[in-house]
Design a protein around this ligand. Structure first.
Ligand SMILES: NC(=O)C1=CN([C@@H]2O[C@H](COP(=O)(O)OP(=O)(O)OC[C@H]3O[C@@H](n4cnc5c(N)ncnc54)[C@H](O)[C@@H]3O)[C@@H](O)[C@H]2O)C=CC1
Ligand SMILES: O=C(O)[C@@H]1CCC=N1
Length: 268
């Protein structure tokens, strides 16, 4: 089969590798990976001839930037060598704005996106934004590239991206923390650690799967667990009290969104 348009991934860390694995399951295409410290699995893919690792620069149809935002200024000098008039650059970096991508990469054809780690198993959600007047082909390239990670929303107004990052980009960490602290609280109630961790994990996994399969709202599902005057109500009276989860999450998301805005300033 004829390889599709060439694709260059810059940075094959946690998220870059997740993207790469999705692409390798899709239609055949020429994929280059720029990564100074490749993981063994990336080296193995290069040895199998499925990707080209650290090739000499040449114009690529699509360049995906998956390095840390703090590395972007330095990396852009290198990445620019893969960008030409026929290229579209898609960033998954937190904080780095469309205008900064354009300026550092020397092209107007840029897309800013925010995926999340469940994308590694195709269960993620990604939101993207694009400059006004972006080519339809660039928007569809972004949708196609991000689809292996799961659901894709966009293009949205760029002003939403800090909140998106705070909610769904960082969000999986909040859920993992929930499993951790539920397990610790079970230990405090006298359960053996292994059993507490296993109950917390299965509860988070099962609740997420039920939410997905039933399609019911989180609120309806919560109410279905809560017998009036029962045990759940006793716990929720604490969790939903002033200073409880609603206030904590408002503050936490505000801190994450502010950090995203700070990263934008640092990328200047
Ligand atoms: N981890 C997450 O949950 C999410 C991360 N992101 C964004 O994805 C980006 C990458 O994050 P992670 O994958 O977590 O970080 P990571 O640290 O796992 O990956 C970054 C990779 O970039 C490589 N790198 C460093 N200098 C390079 C260079 N000059 N050329 C090419 N590659 C270079 C590093 O060796 C590393 O493998 C960040 O900008 C982050 O904001 C976005 C959504 C979710
Ligand atoms: O923590 C971070 O900065 C990145 C962006 C969203 C998830 N991880």
């Amino acid at each position: 089969m004829k390889p599709a348009a060439s694709l260059t991934l810059v940075g094959a860390g946690r998220m870059g590798s997740a993207l790469l694995h999705g692409w390798l399951k899709g239609p055949e295409r020429e994929i280059s990976v720029i990564e100074p410290s490749p993981r063994p699995e990336i080296r193995a893919l290069a040895e199998e001839g499925r990707i080209q690792l650290n090739p000499a620069p040449s114009e690529s149809s699509i360049i995906v930037l998956a390095v840390k935002p703090q590395q972007f200024a330095a990396v852009s000098e290198q990445a620019k060598a893969f960008v030409g008039p026929k290229s579209v650059a898609i960033s998954i970096m937190a904080g780095v704005r469309l205008a900064q991508l354009s300026r550092r990469l020397g092209t107007e054809r840029v897309i800013r996106s925010m995926p999340n780690t469940p994308g590694a198993i195709g269960q993620g959600v990604t939101v993207f934004t694009a400059p006004e007047g972006a080519k339809r082909t660039d928007l569809s390239a972004a949708r196609e590239l991000l689809a292996p990670l799961g659901e894709v929303h966009g293009p949205v107004d760029e002003a939403m991206m800090s909140a998106v990052t705070a909610l769904s980009g960082s969000g999986p960490a909040y859920i993992f923390l929930l499993a951790e602290v539920m397990a610790e609280a079970g230990v405090a109630q006298g359960l053996p650690r292994d059993l507490a961790l296993s109950l917390a994990r299965r509860t988070v996994e099962g609740a997420a799967a039920l939410m997905g399969e039933s399609g019911d709202s989180p609120e309806a599902l919560r109410k279905a667990v809560t017998s009036p005057g029962g045990t759940t109500q006793a716990a929720l009276d604490i969790l939903m009290d002033t200073g409880g989860m609603p206030a904590l999450f408002r503050n936490a998301l505000s801190a994450a969104a502010n950090r995203d805005r700070q990263l934008s300033q640092e990328a200047d």
